[in-house]
Design a protein around this ligand. Structure first.
Ligand SMILES: NC(=O)c1ccc[n+]([C@@H]2O[C@H](COP(=O)([O-])OP(=O)(O)OC[C@H]3O[C@@H](n4cnc5c(N)ncnc54)[C@H](OP(=O)(O)O)[C@@H]3O)[C@@H](O)[C@H]2O)c1
Length: 226
């Protein structure tokens, strides 16, 4: 199995990079900073592709560095300064911030998918998995405008891509998590353990080509807005 994971240097992407592969699998890890999982010695082959996904022309270059590919996981994501806290104020968000959020969260997955499709098409069970957010689901009642727009848009990408790729039996799934725990607060009861999302993703990957899992909403138990 050959899996490409964007945003693999920390957070959920680091959890994917550590836990998704089995011995002899190859993981292509895309990020600007070095993924700490590269030092693991567990039989999984991990290769870092150093790249800023917001750079023009980078997506074709990433594809050049990848040999075979079965699974493409669009995980890299950013949000506006102060998001998800009382520090967020829509009227103070700069144009540069808004453009950066949409560039990375929405445009990069489209361009990277285009660049990698020729490799995915040769797989015996190809999957494209997009990490959305509960912010992109109806009635989420979250105020982060650019981030919510990017994650709503990503659902549109997933649904349209699924139609484009149906005849080729390439499964496209979007997973919309609520608040995820990170390495500093893994024990918090109100946050989703990253490992839950890894397990769910593994199930999506193992689903046969005859089935398509379209969309999974995954709020934390105590996320109040959904
Ligand atoms: N955290 C949550 O509670 C939560 C909830 C719902 C959905 N999500 C979604 O889950 C995904 C992962 O979130 P997270 O919390 O794990 O994020 P995170 O901890 O901030 O990590 C983001 C990852 O994206 C990479 N990245 C950022 N800008 C990049 C760029 N320009 N080019 C290449 N890579 C870039 C970062 O690597 P470098 O900085 O090394 O490039 C990093 O590996 C995102 O799509 C997010 O929207 C998160």
């Amino acid at each position: 199995m050959n899996i490409l994971i964007t945003g693999a240097s920390r957070g959920l992407g680091d959890a994917f990079a550590r836990e998704l592969g089995k011995p002899n699998d190859t993981l292509w890890l895309v990020s600007r900073n070095s993924p700490p999982s590269l030092s693991l010695e567990d039989g999984v082959k991990r290769h870092w592709i150093k790249a800023d996904l917001s750079s023009a022309g980078i997506h074709a270059k990433i594809a050049e560095g990848v040999s075979d590919l079965d699974v493409l996981i669009h995980n890299a994501g950013i949000w506006e300064g102060g998001a998800f806290s009382s520090g967020y104020h829509f009227e103070k968000v700069t144009e540069a911030e808004t453009r950066a959020v949409l560039e990375l969260n929405l445009i990069a997955p489209i361009l990277l998918t285009q660049a990698l499709l020729p490799k995915l098409k040769t797989s015996s069970n190809p999957k494209i998995i997009l990490i959305g957010s509960i912010n992109g689901v109806e009635n989420a009642a979250m105020p982060e405008v650019a981030y919510s727009a990017s994650k709503f848009g990503l659902r549109g990408v997933a649904h349209a891509l699924r139609e484009h790729l149906r005849d080729q039996k390439i499964g496209v799934t979007i997973i919309n998590p609520g608040s995820i725990a990170w390495s500093g607060n893994l024990e918090r009861e109100d946050l989703i353990p990253p490992n839950d999302i890894v397990r769910l993703t593994r199930s999506v990957i193992e689903t046969s080509r005859r089935t398509v899992i379209k969309e999974i909403d995954l709020p934390a138990m105590f996320d109040s807005q959904v």
